[in-house]
Design a binder for this molecule. Structure first.
Ligand SMILES: Nc1ncnc2c1ncn2[C@@H]1O[C@H](COP(=O)(O)O)[C@@H](OP(=O)(O)O)[C@H]1O
Ligand SMILES: [Mg+2]
Length: 268
């Protein structure tokens, strides 16, 4: 492997690792475990796989993972992989939902680099293993898949939010767009629903970490979507405190209305 990988090498690696971790997670999921135990084993197996592959393919890069200790050596690194081995662990462990095994869970692999003042996301891939698709940070059109939010009953905008921790302003945002709220698990699954055009905005507040949004934001930005904090400021990665509690990912023409709706109900 070259010492100086090109951005397309990094994107290919991100996609390959997210896809292969997803295949491993499907195998683990077929092994008889369920619920929290399945989530724990999936988290650990996927993290072990990603850590080993990244150490082999990019020995000079640092890694920040939800499932591994953070010794902060990444703060001095020029390149940091930010990974979430299973995003939507609760949904991954749910085999007996109303429609059978849940499909709203993801694997996130992003690369952050310090090639400008505050650093930026250089590559990202989000695998949705239960749907058999992996999205990357290119500007290629995305293929429709049988999506997570179901077919649209009408053309009202859809605002996707957490199934378990929806923000208090969910309905205010939907009302401002004359749209509807749709609940779904996993930050990656929700962001990719917007990427596919199956939803129009994903809003979140109240808690999240860098690994929950880095890869989804890398993909969404490359597809031309608006990505920011809920006050409109940029999402900044590889910080000493990885808490990054809120975000908006939406069609760019909706950003002003979404920001205004949130500002009207969230005190600054
Ligand atoms: N209030 C909160 N505090 C901390 N993490 C949160 C959170 N709300 C959502 N998250 C995290 O964001 C991801 C998507 O959540 P949700 O499905 O509710 O939208 C989940 O990641 P993990 O499954 O990787 O832990 C979840 O843990
Ligand atoms: Mg997560």
């Amino acid at each position: 492997m070259s010492d100086n990988p090109t951005s397309s090498d990094d994107r290919r690696l991100a996609a390959d690792l997210a896809t292969r971790a997803g295949a491993l997670l499907l195998e683990v999921r077929a092994g008889g475990l369920r619920g929290r135990e399945l989530g724990d084993v999936g988290d650990r197996r996927s993290d072990d796989f990603l850590q080993a592959e990244l150490a082999a393919a990019r020995p000079n890069d640092a890694v920040l993972s939800e499932e591994s200790a953070d010794d902060l050596s990444r703060l001095a690194a020029a390149r940091v992989w930010i990974v979430d081995p299973v995003d939507g662990t609760r949904e991954y462990g749910t085999l007996d939902g109303p429609d059978g095994a849940r499909t709203d869970w993801a694997v996130h692999v992003a690369l952050w680099g310090s090639d400008d003042a505050s650093g930026r996301l250089l590559a990202g891939a989000v695998a949705l293993p239960a749907l058999g698709v992996t999205y990357v940070d290119d500007d290629a059109p995305v293929k429709p898949v049988v999506g997570l939010a179901g077919a649209r009953a009408d053309d009202r905008p859809r605002v996707v939010v957490s199934g378990s921790r929806p923000p208090t302003f969910s309905q205010a945002v939907a009302d401002a767009l004359d749209g509807v709220v749709v609940q779904m698990g996993s930050a990656g699954a929700k962001a990719m629903a917007v990427v596919r055009g199956e939803a129009d905005a994903y809003v979140h507040a109240g808690g999240q970490y860098e690994w929950d949004s880095a890869a989804p934001v890398a993909v969404a930005q490359a597809k031309g979507l608006w990505c920011s904090r809920i006050d409109g400021s940029p999402l900044v990665y590889n910080q000493s405190d990885t808490y990054l509690p809120d975000l908006i990912i939406c069609r760019p023409e909706l950003a002003e209305a979404v920001l205004a709706a949130i500002a009207s109900v969230v005190p600054r």
